[in-house]
Design a protein around this ligand. Structure first.
Ligand code: SAH
Length: 377
């Protein structure tokens, strides 16, 4: 490494410099505010500036691993369209479509049911202008009109099918630490503060001076030092989705790494080039995420009167949808080299010691709909 590249590495990222300044002026910020800027800052955010996906990037998502993932979800969506009464117009919404690979695989499968393909209006919820261009390029050949919006609330009111893979994990969380203090509110918020001066300055974790309780759903048992995470943006998205499904029939599939039952633990993390790094490292240059609390999302969906299925493990879900059968078909048609790659990609999606169990799948449906495929049996 040359001296110049060492000093470039040691220098603050542009976003880090701004945050250090902001914290010096106003005091520590919440982890949520840090995450929102680290991922979505209009000039310096990770998704605004970087190409995160694939072997060359920082992480690889399920649709980028195997076409089977999107194909099975495409078939699931055809079933869902029929379950909501095969409406002649249906909003097909994807939250955070990345490179557009999943939607492209879904649209290919949609051809097998022409009335479904004719009914769908594709709407992509994406804040990154750079990724919108990427998605347009991927989806142009499908020949289906696509529109982009910034938020779910901008999607027209209509029967809706929705898919979100690795989206909820990007939504800002706040963390609360249980202290040894007694009293009704032994909680302090874990914040991002700073230490050091000038070129030596660094972002660090710190605790709020005042006690502050998380708003909802804290498990009652807890020990000092326990961390409780709250994702307000995820909760409000779930509430809007359930409200939408009360007005118009709909069904959604949410896939992410996370846990089925709310609990304690610090899941705020970062990855860079497929390796985990400290979450306050080089903001804007690394991907920061948190595990999804499916237990909390399920409670919100049910409280709003919607039907909730799962969460189940991704491996079980894909296997029940017929992954092995689809794999066998693809293998039959492939040459020897491609066969090995097809099998190892499918194994990666379902591995019990990897994605197959870390990732969970949950469905949200309008009240009165029957159980969607993939959740039992
Ligand atoms: N679903 C894709 C990509 C997941 S990465 C896949 O499976 O490959 C997360 C995606 O969500 C990116 O497209 C990112 O730009 C987008 N995103 C992150 N936060 C967002 C927000 N608050 N609103 C809209 N899109 C967001």
């Amino acid at each position: 490494m040359t001296e110049a590249s060492v000093s470039a590495l040691l220098a603050h990222t542009p976003l880090e410099a701004r945050l250090l300044e902001l914290i010096a002026e106003r005091g520590p910020i919440s982890i949520g505010d840090f995450m929102a800027d680290a991922l979505g800052h209009p000039q310096h955010g990770y998704y605004t500036t970087r190409e995160p996906f694939g072997a060359e990037g920082d992480f690889t998502t399920a649709p980028e691993i195997s076409q089977i993932f999107g194909e099975l979800i495409g078939a699931w969506l055809i079933d869902a369209w029929e379950a909501i009464g095969a409406p002649s117009i249906v909003q097909l919404v994807e939250l955070g479509p990345g490179r557009g690979t999943l939607m492209s695989d879904i649209l290919r499968v949609a051809r097998i049911r022409p009335p479904f393909r004719a009914a769908i209006r594709v709407t992509l919820v994406e804040t990154s202008g750079r990724l919108r261009l990427r998605q347009r390029k991927t989806l142009d050949p499908a020949g289906v009109p696509v529109q982009w919006v910034d938020r779910l609330d901008d999607v027209p009111a209509a029967p809706t099918l929705l898919i979100a893979n690795e989206f909820f994990d990007c939504l800002p969380i706040r963390q609360f630490v249980r202290t040894a203090e007694t009293g009704p509110q032994p909680w302090r918020e874990r914040l991002v503060g700073r230490t050091g001066e000038g070129a030596e300055a660094r972002l660090i974790f710190t605790l709020s001076n005042t006690t502050y309780a998380p708003r909802s759903g804290i498990p009652s048992a807890g020990q000092p030092e326990d961390i409780f995470e709250e994702c307000e943006a995820g909760a409000s998205l779930m509430g809007s989705l359930a409200a939408r499904f009360a007005d118009h029939k709909g069904r959604a599939l949410i896939i992410d790494y996370g846990h089925g039952r709310s609990g304690f633990g610090d899941t705020f993390q970062a990855v860079r080039r497929h390796a985990s790094v400290h979450p306050l490292t080089r903001p804007g240059e690394v991907d920061v995420t948190a595990h999804v609390d499916f237990g909390a999302l399920a409670r919100i969906g049910r409280a709003a009167g919607a039907r909730v299925d799962g969460p189940v493990r991704q491996g079980d879900f894909l296997t029940r949808l017929g992954l092995r059968l689809r794999l066998a078909r693809l293998v039959e048609a492939a040459d020897a080299d491609a066969r090995v790659a097809l099998v190892s990609a499918a194994d990666r999606l379902t591995a019990a010691d990897g994605m197959g169990s870390l990732f969970k799948v949950m469905a949200l449906s309008s009240a009165g709909l029957t159980e969607p495929p993939g959740f039992s049996g």
